[in-house]
Design a protein around this ligand. Structure first.
Ligand code: ZN
Length: 146
């Protein structure tokens, strides 16, 4: 199961979700997303300007892994370019699907979800927030061409 220290980081994000709010404004995009395998639901908000994510926030309800992963992601992608975020996304998927981070990408607190690799039924819980991001950015070339 999950390592103790990592579990504390996950519980902390679950109990005190970062950026747990709605974003409004001209540059805000949002998407509703749900993970049918666990019943997790979320709305992701992204403020996008000049191919950079200025702010990220979410609302939702679900298991600790899904909510912690969303909380961690909103912190991780803030003020990053879409190219950087695209490589973070690929590294995180590797971490969950294969349990490895071969290029040593700085995933911040999201790295604490590595143990989810061993819980195959929960992979979608950890990846849901990134799949929601894919949906928001599906028409943005800078995110999708790498
Ligand atoms: Zn879940």
């Amino acid at each position: 199961m999950l390592d103790n220290l990592y579990r504390q980081v996950i519980i902390d994000h679950y109990k005190q979700r970062r950026n747990f709010k709605e974003l409004k404004g001209e540059y805000v995009r949002k998407v509703h997303y749900k993970n049918p395998s666990c019943g997790d639901v979320m709305t992701l908000f992204i403020e996008l300007e000049h191919n950079q994510v200025k702010k990220a926030a979410f609302l939702g309800e679900g298991c600790s892994i899904s909510m912690a992963s969303a909380s961690m992601m909103t912190e991780l992608i803030e003020n990053k370019s879409l190219k950087e975020i695209s490589s973070l996304r690929k590294a995180f998927e590797q971490l969950i699907r294969n349990g490895v981070n071969p290029n040593g990408v700085d995933l911040g607190d999201s790295l604490s979800l590595q143990g989810v690799h061993q819980l195959k039924a929960r992979h979608n819980c950890a990846l849901m927030t990134w799949q929601a991001l894919d949906k928001i950015l599906k028409d943005v070339k800078e995110y999708n061409t790498l």
